[in-house]
Write a protein that binds this ligand. Structure first.
Ligand code: CMC
Length: 422
């Protein structure tokens, strides 16, 4: 049987055979055959917008792989910096390549003093750190005007290094500003996650050494969040990148997309939900309210996963390690009960709603002392590597500018009426 689909235009009886390639049918063949008739798929539920070799996600079977490597193996054996290299370059680094990469990233963690003094200090004291992050990432574009030269691979690589390196500095700077604490400069003697924790928490001590269990847990969370193929923020990155905006501006757009509670903001929503539920005996009434459509179970469900999110499984183990150091979160028992009730309830089973990455990550962040407003920022730091891998891939593919069609549902043509006649 041919690996193709035949489309018949019932108005004319004309037929066209469209080949199925890599599991998809080519939209341009359709467009040639049916000019002016568009696939209507407003939230891209059945549209492939990219051919990508970065991340493989099989939502039916709960599989996630970066460049072919299972997420479970990377979380167990790798580090965020190594994973960032893998995403950007396509292969794991050799020892020498990794040492060069680590050196490069470490030596680009500082931000221009004006970013801190003029931009960050200018924000209101209660500014949301995601708003600060979006704005300051965009502002970096004005500090590195050469970044516009996206055709030059060396120039582009430099901006990739800068962005991966500076995100934690901007993120911690946003936090320090919000609590009125002085900015902490990066410490080049620390590794990626430990340096971030130092910039977050350091007070008067000459060197801040994070608890190694907590630093490793954060690094694992960074690995799990580093990429997730064509999600909302990556699509924003690719869309803006397709106009050939520089990588800082495109990353700011992706960070903005991540901000929303349906995407990276869900971990914050989970903690608010668990706090609102308050006790184990209130779990069932809350689940009943969800089933009546009055609210949603935050941290549950996913557009692509119709099975347990493999990242949630790893995060659950990481949570146990963190709680051994920090003490158990009082909200954990409510979360475990909520998961148990939902996974045994036909409403959730029939809709294939399982815990996603955000269900337990907020509990870990909270136990480590991060305020809720920082949770999405903690997602943005590692996702920067994924966004940039997609941005570079898009440029290498010579992508056309993203420009979907629309189905027009407004008024037919009408005559303009002067204001006194309306
Ligand atoms: N609680 C209760 N019902 C739900 C939920 C939920 N969390 N998610 C989906 N449903 C129901 C929904 O009401 C619909 O039911 P029906 O068929 O009766 O109308 C059905 O399941 C299908 O849902 P959908 O809204 O069509 O699914 P979607 O693919 O458009 O939305 C989602 C995906 C993640 C936005 C959604 O599941 C949701 O709002 N989840 C809670 C927020 C959340 O945890 N977001 C983090 C996602 S993972 C991290 C990331 O990638 O950023």
């Amino acid at each position: 049987m041919a690996d193709s689909i035949t489309i018949t235009d019932n108005r004319t009886g004309e037929q066209v055979e469209v080949p199925i390639i890599d599991g998809g049918v080519d939209g341009t063949t359709w467009a040639k055959f049916m000019p002016g008739i568009w696939f209507h798929d407003p939230s891209f539920g059945s549209t492939s917008g990219a051919a990508s070799s970065v991340t493989e996600l099989d939502g039916e079977n709960g599989i996630l792989r970066y460049r072919g490597y299972p997420i479970e193996q990377l979380a167990e054996h790798s580090s965020y910096l190594e994973v960032a290299y893998l995403l950007i370059h396509g292969d794991l680094p050799t020892a020498t390549q990794f040492e060069d990469w680590r050196y490069e990233i470490t030596h680009h963690t500082f931000i221009h003093e004006n970013v801190r003094k003029r931009f960050m200090d200018g924000f209101h004291h209660d500014a949301h750190p995601m708003g600060m992050l979006v704005s300051t990432v965009a502002a970096l574009s004005t500090f590195y005007p050469e970044a516009k030269d996206i055709e030059d691979p060396e120039v582009l690589q430099k901006q990739i290094v800068r962005l991966i390196a500076k995100m934690p500095t901007l993120a911690a700077g946003a936090y320090r500003h919000s609590v009125g604490m002085p900015f902490v400069y990066p410490d080049n003697s620390l590794d990626f996650a430990a340096n971030f924790l130092s910039m977050m928490w350091k007070t008067a001590e000459p060197r801040y050494d994070a608890n190694p269990v907590l630093a490793r847990a954060l690094d694992v969370l960074f690995i799990l969040h580093a990429d997730h193929e064509q999600n909302c923020s990556t699509t924003a990155m690719r869309t803006v990148g397709s106009s050939h905006a520089d990588p800082y501006i495109a990353t700011a757009a992706a960070t903005a997309a991540l901000y929303g509670p349906r995407h990276g903001g869900a971990n914050e929503a989970v903690i608010r939900m668990l706090t609102q539920i308050g006790s184990i005996d209130q779990v069932q009434p809350y689940v009943d309210a969800v089933k009546r459509g009055e609210t949603r179970l935050q941290g549950f469900g996913h557009r692509v996963y119709k099975n347990y999110d493999p990242r949630a499984r790893i995060i659950k183990q990481t949570a146990d390690q963190v709680f051994e150091v920090t003490g158990k979160s009082p909200l954990l028992d409510i979360a475990l009960k909520l998961e148990e009730v939902a996974l045994n309830d036909d409403y959730f089973v029939s809709r294939k709603l399982y815990p996603n990455v955000d269900f337990y990550s907020g509990l870990i962040y909270q136990a480590m002392g991060f305020p809720m407003q920082m949770f999405t920022v903690l997602f943005a730091i590692p996702r920067t590597a994924g966004w940039l891998a997609h941005y570079r891939e898009l440029l290498e593919q010579g992508s056309r500018i993203y420009r979907p069609r629309q189905i027009y549902t407004g008024h037919p043509v009408r005559e303009f009426a002067p204001i006194e006649h309306r």
